[in-house]
Design a protein around this ligand. Structure first.
Ligand SMILES: [Zn+2]
Ligand SMILES: [Zn+2]
Length: 141
């Protein structure tokens, strides 16, 4: 499976590239066309005066027909593409999952499973949001 990579950040509603424990995850979510008119990808609304995109808006608007969808409702319909190196078994793989955040150790995260070892791999907003786990010293052998 070869995932389509974004050519520019404008194509994405979400993009991250980060270390997850000993592994690594790159995740991106393409914008999809308006569910109503299907003519244009949904985007954050723009300020009527300045034309600046309202980054923190809680909804997405279609530039073609002005159809507006709540941010979470729209994002739940999207697909996240993920290229990863598993933190559990070092397997390198690619996968696609629904862009739905779940609770993971007390934080909202995208969680997917490694194809090989089926270990859970979380993509949290910030790693420090994941419930602090007391690190036990590693035992050798
Ligand atoms: Zn539309
Ligand atoms: Zn694995």
């Amino acid at each position: 499976m070869a995932l389509r990579q974004p050519e520019s950040m404008d194509e994405c509603v979400y993009f991250t590239n980060r270390a997850v424990d000993k592994g690594h995850v790159e995740c991106w979510v393409f914008r999809e066309n308006c569910p109503k008119c299907k003519k244009a990808p949904m985007g954050k609304p723009r300020d009527k005066k300045t034309g600046a995109v309202k980054i923190r808006a809680k909804e997405y608007t279609c530039p073609a027909c002005n159809h507006t969808v709540e941010k979470v409702a729209y994002e739940d319909t999207l697909t996240a593409s993920i290229a990863y190196t598993c933190p559990h078994c070092s397997h390198k793989g690619e996968t696609q999952i629904p862009f739905k955040r779940k609770s993971f150790e007390g934080a909202k995260a995208l969680v997917f499973l490694c194809d090989k070892c089926k270990g859970k791999i979380p993509i949290t907003k910030k790693m420090k949001d994941v419930g602090s786990k007391d690190e036990l010293p590693e035992e050798e052998g």
